[in-house]
Design a protein around this ligand. Sequence first.
Ligand code: SAH
Ligand code: SF4
Ligand code: F3S
Length: 470
Amino acid sequence: MNTKTTVIPQQALQQQLDLCAQIHSLWHSRGTPPLAYVETYGCQQNEADSERIRGLLCECGYAMTDSAEGADVVVMNTCAIREHAEQRVFGNLGALTHTKRRHQGQKIFLCGCMAGQAHVSDRIKNSYHHVDGVFSTHHLWQFPEILYRVLTTGKRVFYVEDEAGSIAEGLPQLRDNTLKAWVSIMYGCNNFCTYCIVPYVRGRERSRKPEDILKECENLIRSGCKEITLLGQNVNSYGKDLNSSIDFADLLQRIAQIPGDFLIRFMTSHPRDASRKLFDTMAANPKIAKQLHLPFQSGSSRVLKAMNRHYDRETYLEKVRYAKSVMPDLVLTSDVIVGFPGETEEEFEETLSLISQVRYDALFTFIFSPRKGTPAAAMEDPTPKEEKNRRFDQLCALQNTISEQIHSAYVGKTLRCLADGQDKDMLTARTEGGRLVRFAGSEDLIGKYLSLTITGSTTWSLTGQLEEKD
Ligand code: SAH
Ligand code: SF4
Ligand code: F3S
């Protein structure tokens, strides 16, 4: 693997944009714009990447459509985190043989984290002949070149070489939402948690320069964006690879100083690197949402060690205690894995007791899924599937009770929320902590901060009533 971090030179990016212009002219004679469909699986990093893919497609003259049916280009931006995610992609990819048969000339691409695994690109090469191009996350910036080659030669193109990764600044982006934006502050991961595929498919940690991030945030806020979510696999190690002393808390502080009415969120925080300085910075800045996603993965120190997480139960709990002491209204969420190889009943119970102690607002719960090439996939795993399912159900039941209790305590409170969309005949809004509130109101309220009095709650969301405009 090439381990040198590279910033893609502007000249190389310009060549890609020039190719966009050439693709644009290929379609010119057709009269109507060609259609592109981008389907996204996985996490916010992939959502952010899809916005760049759509941005590049727009430069090439494509208009976006919301189905593969009739699209001239279909891009599947995939996730490799669990087997189930991969199976879904293979299933949906198979179904594209039909859309391609009905629309001669449809070009199909697969990219994202699955494309970074050699066994996946080999399988596509050998068994999915209707797929025209495959490129890993490292090659996203070369999508115009890949598309151009496919369109002009009709040959299949594979850009899947293993690389440490690079940073491409200034790629066009077609954002899904004008109110809320994802901003990647870093790419890749160095942690190699023993169960996780991400470091293998997204390469080494590399931070964007603070000036580039600040410029992007300023532009977003100037154009009316109200919520910025900073993205990275481990935002707390931001800056470690830069030639500067800036850390994540400093970056947050600098973004919070941009004038305007907006909120900053971020994910994900690795507990090892979550510092008191970070929590103090959050507490001191009204523009930083009091919301923390702090994945603990397991409540057992033995399992955490086997996962290579570099913290134990006690240090995790101590960080949570401190964070809650400086931010009493903190909304805390987390990820947890049930059934890691060798997890005993007692160790599982330690996970339950940690959940009862911390009382998360919400949890993302997963059953361990062996990922080819990771150390945990080779560990002995004597626990039967049925037992893992039982543990999983027990854990979900506990968390649902806690979420329900926490949500019901909102009833009667009046909170400042951002109205952010519509759901059937109701409007939706988010509290500062990121909780979903449904309320009755007119469409023109979308994009405004409002005072909502909470009138009801469920395990997953709240209902509210409009008090007054802020
Ligand atoms: N970088 C983030 C997590 C990204 S993946 C962090 O370190 O917190 C999101 C979540 O998927 C992880 O937190 C973990 O709970 C889960 N996950 C990752 N690999 C998994 C696997 N092999 N099996 C089951 N869950 C997994
Ligand atoms: Fe995966 Fe661990 Fe990196 Fe998160 S920190 S992406 S779980 S290796
Ligand atoms: Fe999936 Fe890749 Fe994200 S594996 S969870 S899309 S970083």
